[in-house]
Design a binder for this molecule. Sequence first.
Ligand SMILES: CC(C)(COP(=O)(O)OP(=O)(O)OC[C@H]1O[C@@H](n2cnc3c(N)ncnc32)[C@H](O)[C@@H]1OP(=O)(O)O)[C@@H](O)C(=O)NCCC(=O)NCCS
Length: 226
Amino acid sequence: MTILINILLILLALIILKLILISVFFFEEIKAAQKKDPASRSFLEIVLLYQGLHALIAYRVAHFFYKARFYLIARFMSQLARFLTGIEIHPGARIGKRLFIDHGMGVVIGETAVIGDDVLIYQEVTLGGTGLEKGKRHPTIGSNVVIGAGAKVLGNITIGDNSYIGSNAVVIKDVPSNSTVVGVPGRITKQDGKKIDVSLDHAHVLDPIMQNLEELENRIKKLEDK
Ligand SMILES: CC(C)(COP(=O)(O)OP(=O)(O)OC[C@H]1O[C@@H](n2cnc3c(N)ncnc32)[C@H](O)[C@@H]1OP(=O)(O)O)[C@@H](O)C(=O)NCCC(=O)NCCS
């Protein structure tokens, strides 16, 4: 009986130690979650129950192994975290400080994605590639960006600082800083605090003739390079 009590006490001590370590090493992330989630009630609630935080902790450990070239262990950790949290972060991704993934289920962050500081990502967001290309094929997200639920940001594109990606948008082109993008394909509706009237905004309207010309130009360039 006393052995059982001792084992339980040791387990309890380990859990308390783990909570203390998480609170110390992920203090900034927990504070960011408290700030960005109006539904959060306490520090302890976030430490114990927020999948976004748990996925981030697992990512930091997996990324450590990835950088040390222990790719299988790194991948195992990220898959385990995916199983437990529903959030898949490739250990090769580079993530800045204070990322908060709210709700989180269905989030996928690709191997060559880069995320700046203070980014907020909602559930079902994909930072993915557009095809089977190799090398840098995932987006670079600036600092202080919000990516709405279900948004897909695809390809080696850059999302500028302080931008908002609307929920369910599909973004496949660079987005300048301080912009709001909505729709499929993503179109800029606000920039530097000013609303953009898409019907009058020639800079952001997709011109099919120009697109064809650009495509032809690219093909000629490729042929010339051969
Ligand atoms: C895009 C977003 C950031 C709003 O930005 P905003 O600058 O306040 O935009 P507004 O509400 O003024 O809307 C601007 C235009 O975009 C449209 N719009 C807004 N969000 C949109 C979306 N996700 N998809 C398509 N159109 C959208 C609006 O209808 C409006 O169109 P209009 O000018 O023709 O009337 C916000 O709507 C959004 O999608 N946030 C993500 C939040 C989220 O995912 N929450 C999940 C919580 S669980």
